[in-house]
Design a protein around this ligand. Sequence first.
Ligand code: ADP
Length: 483
Amino acid sequence: MASKNKNWEYAPSLESTEHITLKKRYDLFINGKWVKSASNKYFKSINPNDEKVIAEISHANQRDVNRAIEAARNAYTKVWSKMPANERGKYIYRIARLMQERSRELAVIESLDAGKPIRESRDIDIPLACNHFFYYAGWADKLDYAFPNRQISPLGVAGQIIPWNFPILMAAWKIAPALATGNTVVLKPAETTSLSALKLAEIIQDSGLPEGVVNIITGYGDTGAAIVNHPDVNKIAFTGSTGVGKIIQKSIAGSEKKATLELGGKSANIIFDDAPLDQAVEGIVNGIFFNQGHVCCAGSRLFVQEGISEKVIRKLKHRMKSLVVGNPLDKNTDVGAINSKEQLDIINKYIKIGKKEGAEIHQSACSLPSKGYFCPPTIFTNVAQSSVIVQEEIFGPVLTIQTFRTVDEVIQKANNTPYGLAAGVWTDKGSRIFNLTTKLKAGVVWANTYNKFDPSSPFGGYKESGFGREGGLHGLSAYLKLT
Ligand code: ADP
């Protein structure tokens, strides 16, 4: 659906779905085979663009979790931990290449199931997911160089639980380093976005990876909790909400399970008056509106230096006019569908709270599709540091805008949140960038850019955004015993 502004109406340019194959029903991928769940229960995966059912997904119960973890343990002791590291690496390379070959199919499935614009899934999610496998494949036989003079050994079985915002990318972030370091895996995707992980299971089967090294099981929070609480899991890798992260931390307290938790965020994007303003405005849009704000490190709190605030807001409003909200499979779409009805309700609840708190709202003047779950890009000005919409994670295309005068003031405001995942700084001065990167309590600080990822750079949070790092050397050490 194009914007109401006539200048920005494009003829639809829909990506074809003819080249993809999807089963009507998906079972569980355990020990290299597709097996029926002991629960015999299925739930529906819905296309958030048209609210139609795409496929039915198995709901794994405790018995299924036991089966998957047993398969992973057997594969670990009998095959994977004994395999020469360079052989392990070859399998990971093979998975990466097969993913690349099927990248078009993966991108379309990701956009259908998760609602993200095809431009994002095709140009960002899938290439980055492939790159993670390539990157960690390269490390598999070089671990001694990564950690010189240390004794290294894998942890064993890793239980991995991922969210719905970057389904296949999160699966890659979890599986690739675990395999490179000699661990075996039981992975559970989020209930609303299981399909790309199940496609990855097909690729893993095609790659000839020994049975049981990667098991992919589907289900809700109860399935995730059964993985976390299973006594034979050595490591939990979780990405998701801070609420569930806290539950997981409590459940594993006192056990020997190692954990990395990547949780929520309320990241600050800071624009100084010497910043290149047009690029900064594009960075703001990229940080919060592309991908519907479904990014844990979304730049959802904008801080603009007082003297340029009017100009920046004017430019931002102008840019918002040209954002195309609509069918995720349309190549013109900038802002796709909100992942689920539940998430749309949460976002709308926060928009109501913002209005009630007295903030001034401005939304893109675009017409929304009549079906599906959509939210127009939204900004709030006149907000206070204590406003609920400034403090709490919204996980949608909703931006709060505050102004500041001095560097110290903006550092204090930016750090005044329970979270600490990411931040962006826009300025011409290198010294100012260095000053802020050391003082902002955020795992990642981008300078004159936003939302840029690379497999070689670590990612993770401070405070209630979690602990542990994924990516780079740090991502390897999270799956190793180092003595
Ligand atoms: P979000 O708010 O991003 O959906 P959640 O934390 O609810 O994040 O979900 C992230 C992942 O955690 C999903 O795969 C979900 O099924 C799983 N999950 C939800 N509750 C639990 C739990 N109590 N224990 C383990 N995993 C859970």
